[in-house]
Design a protein around this ligand. Sequence first.
Ligand code: BDR
Ligand code: CA
Length: 327
Amino acid sequence: MRKIIIDCDPGIDDSLALMLALSSPELDIMGITTVSGNVPADMGARNARKVLKHMGRMDIPVYIGEQVPLKCPYIDAMDTHGQDGMGESFLPEVPGDFPKKSAVEFLEETLEKEKISIIALGPMTNLAKIFSMRPKLIEQVEELVSMGGNFRSHGNCSPVAEYNYWCDPDAAAICYDLFGKAGKKIEMVGLDVTRKIVLTPNILEYVCRLDPENGGFIRRITGFYMDFHWEYEKIIGCVINDPLAVAYYIDRSLCGGFDSYTAVATDGICRGQTVVDSMDFWKKEPNSHVLTETDTERFMRFFFSRVLKKKDGSEWEAEELTLLSCL
Ligand code: BDR
Ligand code: CA
């Protein structure tokens, strides 16, 4: 089992990513930290708890993170994720207090003690706060897998920028810069690969038939997201970005890419753009592994064989989900 902290902003696709992580025996999830992104950090924490409750994993602590980006005014993505951040499913709140410790304190204390990996599914504000104060702690990060950025793909909230990095471009820029200085690489799971992960109504119907409880939960939170994609991108279905980062952390063979130096633009019309030096103009040591290839069907099999359960509670094998090859 590998120790990880998931830093996120749930968020519909964050919720799906949490479902996957919680269904994966390879992961020892030490905690979930939230950050303001899709929704404010405290709402994100309440949503993380709703997912934990559904998955029967209330043992995992959730820490509330930074409320606003480092420098830019905070702009949420409730137009995409709904007023409750979970597709206006308005699932019941889970009672109970949150730990007093903030996300930044929890991350910092954990990294002081041991080496862990971080899967970052939202803006990188919490991480930039810690690493700019304590750059030495980067040595304790086994791996940082970040859903964010884009190489050849267009952006999803400006012509050139992906939301997580656009929301807090200064944080993303600091993390890429400091990881480079520490001789480490961020795994950049950007829109080039996540755009290939589209949950379609047909797939959803199939999984609801296989497992009405978990399929139904996914249906309840993704309907709003599908409507959003139809309205703005004319896609029938929704791009579920975040679970790909979790899947890739567990199984490297799900995506391919290349090492490069990446810088993040912090203002102007390029705000949040990942400038990937794929042709090595700058002659800088790579600070990122930029993903460009993935296998959609393999991901879908991987994801649903873990998240769905059979009627008797047992696991699905990826090969058993036969219909996925034709949906
Ligand atoms: C990213 O932004 C958010 O809307 C999603 O949760 C995902 O992390 C995609 O650009
Ligand atoms: Ca997210």
